[in-house]
Each structure stands twice: as C-alpha cells, then as structure tokens.
Design a protein around this ligand. Structure first.
Ligand SMILES: Cc1cc2nc3c(=O)[nH]c(=O)nc-3n(C[C@H](O)[C@H](O)[C@H](O)COP(=O)(O)O)c2cc1C
Length: 225
C-alpha cells in the first residue's frame, strides 16, 4: 500500500474498543504513541494538554475509587454533559449508535441491568491495562483548548490503530473529575476533559465489532465555488 492508502486504511478502520486484553504494553510502546500525539496541532502551538498515564496498581486503585464514587452518586464533572441537549439528527445518531452497540452484544432494549453493567464497564476501563487522562489548564472559556485536546486525542487514537492497538475516549470518566484528581494527586487547576483507555483489543469480543456508520458527505459538507 502507498502512504495515502495506508492512511485511508488506518483512519477508516479505526473504531472504539470496548473489551481489552489485560496484557500490558511496554513503556516503549506507550512512549511511541505519546510522541506521535505530541505532534498534534494546537492554537498558536500552545499544546495545552496535560496527560496522565495510569497503569498497574494505580489503575486498579483508581477503578475501585470510581466504582465507589458511582455507588455514592458522587458526580463531579468539570464540564457538563447533557444527552438531552442533543436534538433532531444528533439525537437520532446517538440513538442509532446505542442500538447498534447493544444489538452487537445481544442486550435487549428493556434489559436495564445489563445496560447498567455496560455503563459501569467504563469504570473498569473496559478491562484495559492503561488509561490516559486528558487534563487542561483554565484558559478563557476552555473552547479553544478543548479543540486542541480533541486534536491530541485523535492523533493518539490513530497512532494506536496504526500500531495494532485499540483505544476508547470516555467522557464518562470525566463525570468523576474530583475522584480522578484525588487518586492521581492532580491540582484542582487542571480540568478533566476525558480519559482514553487503551491496550490490545480482544479480537474475540463482539463488543469490538460494532458498526455505527457515518453520515453521507452531503450531510456534513457544504461546497462553495
Ligand atoms: C470525546 C469522546 C467521548 C466518548 N465517550 C465515551 C464514553 O464515555 N463511553 C463509551 O462507551 N464511548 C464513548 N465514546 C465513543 C463513541 O461512542 C464512539 O466514538 C462513536 O459511537 C463512534 O464509534 P467509532 O469510534 O467506533 O467509530 C466517546 C467518543 C468520543 C470522541
């Protein structure tokens, strides 16, 4: 394959991983991904990302703390996430992706217990051995730096994909920002956007074969001549 074909394959075959193997990555593997992501563009090259990589005992301790926070309904998001704010086509796409996800793993519409278990699987990082937490400092209304964090996250995800690894960005982890900061000893000044669990995808899990599709170009792009 030539470089455009290679890139096309990486970009179009990437999808999130929701079941990982416990096999840890080496420091070198993680560093290569981090160095790729470090090359992401940002407003005025400000590079506002502060990334905490969590593995081993700290990963286990943090997962336990997140499950405990969830049991206590101790939600401390730095940035709100309101699914009801999505209306029209956006709400439709969110519903469609949820349906595709639950159909793939054979969970019925009314099986609330199984759906809740799926949601809480976020808090065990879908069994991933590593998580990258993406924090940012307080800068204005956060919109520009949030865009930069998104750039960073996508480079991180594509680097994983190119290296035969899997990842999933998780807004849900940001719902417990105080818990994450406390366990990792992160200053209150750093705001949590989301986490990315990563590692080897379990090639046998149906969770990793969810096709959510994309809108047609005409629905997203307006051309001016
Ligand atoms: C910023 C961001 C946050 C996300 N948060 C979560 C999450 O908390 N839990 C989850 O299961 N999936 C999460 N996702 C995954 C999306 O649902 C997924 O990317 C989308 O359905 C498209 O699927 P694909 O990435 O496999 O193409 C998130 C994705 C992004 C970009």
């Amino acid at each position: 394959m030539n470089p455009p074909e290679i890139f096309q394959h990486i970009a179009r075959s990437r999808r999130v991983t929701r079941q990982f193997l416990s096999t840890p990555l080496t420091e070198q593997q993680i560093n290569r991904v981090l160095l790729d992501a470090q090359h992401s563009p940002s407003n005025c090259n400000t590079q506002p990302w502060h990334v905490h990589i969590v593995s081993g005992h700290t990963r286990d301790r943090l997962s336990a703390a997140l499950l405990d926070a969830d049991n206590r309904q101790h939600f401390t998001a730095d940035f709100e996430f309101d699914i009801d704010a999505y209306t029209g086509v956006f709400a439709q796409r969110a519903q469609d992706s949820g349906r595709a996800r639950y159909e793939a793993i054979d969970i019925g519409r009314d099986d609330h217990a199984a759906r809740l278990a799926c949601l809480r699987h976020n808090l065990t990082f879908f069994d991933a051995p590593h998580v990258a937490f993406l924090f940012m400092p307080h800068i204005g209304d956060h919109v520009r730096s949030a865009g930069d964090i998104g750039m960073y996250a996508q480079t991180f995800l594509l680097s994983l994909q190119a290296r035969g690894l899997g990842g999933i960005p998780q807004t849900l982890l940001g719902m417990y920002a105080d818990t994450v900061r406390e366990v990792l000893g992160v200053s209150e000044d750093l705001k949590l956007m989301f986490g990315i669990s990563f590692g080897y995808a379990d090639a046998h899990s149906a969770s990793n074969f969810v096709e959510v599709g994309r809108a047609a170009l005409e629905d997203s792009v307006v051309r001016h001549y």
